[in-house]
Design a protein around this ligand. Structure first.
Ligand code: PRP
Length: 213
């Protein structure tokens, strides 16, 4: 009997590529779309179930076994630090997590930014970066539109994801330091990986072939 698999996909920028790559290796379901009102979409014939989660919540679903496996950005994994297996770098969704500042406020050295405020969706990653650099700052957690913060004086600095660089440019922000590079990762619940090893490892191999990883 085929082992049933629940697969978590994140809303947002990774959704289409993640769903597309799974489809290529035979994991698909009718009506699977980011805009779907249904958050659980099953394909009973294939014994799979997709769930669509908020990006930041996806590792939690996998950690608790509500989903057996999932696809999520390394940026989110670094921030959420959940107890899951990271089995494969899928290569797509490449972006860089950057420290940036308004052009007009650019200073010479990183240490010149001590004691300023930093707005970000990634407070843990930002905090770790500044701690390692030995610089004390105040971190302000936001949920999106981070580039607004320095425009209205909420913060002087931001830690945010940069993909094409357009958002920074349009808001007259410049990069000062790269914190980490992120790509999409295939993750699994620890117990599921053992209990459903055959099916999950075959899927990982198929995805590895697909992404050339
Ligand atoms: C992300 C990120 C930047 C933007 C970067 O935001 O936080 O704002 O994309 O992309 P770019 O370098 O190609 O311009 P997202 O669109 O996910 O929305 P958010 O700002 O609400 O988080």
């Amino acid at each position: 009997m085929r082992q049933e698999l629940t697969i978590a996909l994140p809303k947002g920028k990774l959704f289409d590529k993640a769903a597309g790559m799974l489809k290529k290796v035979g994991f698909e379901a009718e009506g699977l779309s980011e805009s779907s009102r249904k958050l659980v979409i099953a394909n009973e014939e294939l014994a799979i179930r997709f769930i669509i989660t908020k990006t930041m919540d996806l590792p939690t679903y996998v950690e608790y076994g509500a989903a057996d496996i999932g696809i999520i950005g390394k940026d989110v994994l670094a921030e959420e630090k959940k107890n899951v297996y990271e089995l494969l770098d899928l290569g797509f969704g490449r972006c860089r997590m950057m420290l940036a500042v308004p052009e007009a406020m650019r200073r010479e050295k990183l240490t010149d930014y001590a004691h300023l405020r930093v707005a970000t969706k990634f407070p843990h990653v930002a905090e770790q970066f500044f701690r390692r650099a030995g610089i004390q700052v105040e971190i302000i957690k936001l949920n999106g539109s981070i580039e607004l913060a320095p425009m209205v004086g909420l913060s002087e600095l931001i830690v945010d994801l940069v993909e094409t660089g357009r958002t920074l440019k349009e808001n007259k922000l410049v990069e000062i330091a790269e914190i980490q590079v992120s790509t999409a990762r295939f993750i699994a619940n620890r117990a599921s990986y053992k209990m459903k090893y055959d099916r999950i490892s075959r899927l990982v191999e198929a995805l590895r072939q697909e992404c050339g990883g």
